[in-house]
Design a binder for this molecule. Sequence first.
Ligand code: HEM
Length: 145
Amino acid sequence: MNLETSYAAFGVKPPVTKPIPEFLLEVGEEGLRELISKHYDAIKQSDIYLLFPQDDAEFAQAKVNSADFFIQICGGPAHFNTNRGAPRMIGRHAPFAIDAKARERWLELYKPLLEELNEQGVTETSLYSFWNYLDIFSIWMINTK
Ligand code: HEM
């Protein structure tokens, strides 16, 4: 697969397309929770970890909240709205200084995990659709030059 990272111009929010429903149908809710969990585990080993909760219990809860959101945005049950309220993603990320470099690192950490899903039989069409969502929406989270 050729997962490319788009250039992020500061303050520009390109239109976002949600992942196609086939992605969640192929990966499953538990599979998606596992993906998010592995991404957070990779964050823990990376130079962007300092942006994230340092307390183990809070970090574990962050995985749950994120997975709730991703399941919802991928067409599954509205777990995030039920447990956390309106998504307000830009506002929720505002307390953390996210620059273009941090967004690139965050995205990069997804690459091997999506390759792994491809090897396990998830179609490239579904994975590209999920990647495109991550690639573009992550630009929206950049709030620091
Ligand atoms: C597609 C792009 C992204 C999505 C959909 C997303 C989603 C989320 C969600 C759902 C939460 C939990 C919010 C809550 O429950 O209050 C969260 C928290 C957080 N995100 Fe993101 N995020 C994205 C990009 C990024 C990027 C690029 C960074 C930094 C490099 C980042 C850093 C954080 C941090 C520091 C938190 C707070 C800790 C936590 O609760 O996990 N996020 N994100």
